[in-house]
Design a protein around this ligand. Sequence first.
Ligand code: PLP
Length: 476
Amino acid sequence: MSKRITVKLSAMPKLPKINFTPCSYKGPSLEAIGTIRQNNVNPIMKPLYKKPLLLHQGYMQWLFDNDGKRYLDMFGGICTVSVGHCHPKVTDAAFNQWNKLVHTSSLFQHPKLYEYSQKLADKMPGDLKVVYLLNSGSEANDLAILLARLYTGNNEILSLKNCYHGMSYQTMGLTSLANYKYKVVPPPAIHNVMNPDVFRGIWGGSNCRDSLAQTSRHCSCREKECEACDNYIRMLKSEFQSTVGPGKLAGFFAESIQGVGGAVQFPRNYIKEAYKIVKENNGLFISDEVQTGIGRTGDHFWGFESHGILPDIVTMAKGIGNGFPMSAVVTTKEIATTLTTGSHINTFGGNPIASAVGLAVLDIIEEEQLQENSKEVGSFLITELDKMRKRFPNIGDVRGKGLMIGVEMVENDGKMTPMSPTNFDDLLDKCREMGLILGVGGYNRNVIRLKPPMCITKEDASFALEVIEKALKSQL
Ligand SMILES: Cc1ncc(COP(=O)(O)O)c(C=O)c1O
């Protein structure tokens, strides 16, 4: 059990200086918001902190609460604010479009949808050149299920345990995390297969991951060998004997690094080998790049590139809109054309404002070299957090690539028992008190997720590290 020490204000790490003054908050009080929440908002919308945070303004990597207190946002609105809160170029693009045309529907043509689709297609490798714009990640994955079934003529869909692909009825079937499951009949022909998790899973070793940080597990694999990968692939193959039936696959879904599941990375060659099995069984490979896309992982623009595969369908959302609700499904002409065997419409998909925002986001990533920044600042954070792991027994694992990072918290019992909710929440509260917003994830809800706007600096990262270290010290 941790000691509950209130962090002394005088001892708090200093937030980096910024040249921005937020406006003062003039909305309903925190108490009034609480009453509205109780009476008029679906109770599933629970605030993260016991003492809820009321945020009213954002600027780049910073957020401001109703009292004017500033926070470094290391979660980016669940990995969604990619280029910075209210980035001036995104704001200008949205308002300029707002002044001209807000909505037409896809029955008519407006230039922004076409400009954006082309720019996005230019960012994709191979024949992945046909774009369908939608509004949310769940919608994009729903459409990918449909495309895979139409194209292959098969029904069976596979996804990995511990993955998150959305909350529509069908994507709830893809998503394989117990707390996102309801007692309702699950959607048919969607199966969740063993997750190749090299930290918590049955197999894992000391050099499985494409990361600067490895697990504390040991293995005797030589260079370029990975017994864990071989074993997990064996389990995937067995699914075709027991569940799917050989040659009967429609599609296999995978995040390039699991997001909500706690930044879980697979053994290096797993996705490449899984891809081969998918092809042998007539299926399509669908990469969900909702969190790992547009440069966040640093080495590549798309997470799947670091696995050395070319998917058949790529889905994306969140960061492509920097907070504006939008998503996309990108695939080949051949696969996309299967949709024309019926009628399909999406009222808001490719809306002029969404398209203008999407264009601005892609421009900013190039102009401000945010992929390079993700690599540089992310590598610094991962390396320093991994050093911290060796100093603090409560850190069980550090993993990730670029600015897609997970820190799995455990009890100090030598058994890697997931940190209790009380201790974990206490840690988050202390960080919040010191001006740091962290994300939460993992099926045990014990993983700190660091997925900040990609514009954060090394100075910001150092501040975050200082805060986390201070909070951890108070739990020793
Ligand atoms: C990897 C991934 N796919 C899909 C989704 C679903 O996106 P949305 O909430 O926009 O429907 C999410 C959301 O967290 C996600 O992380």
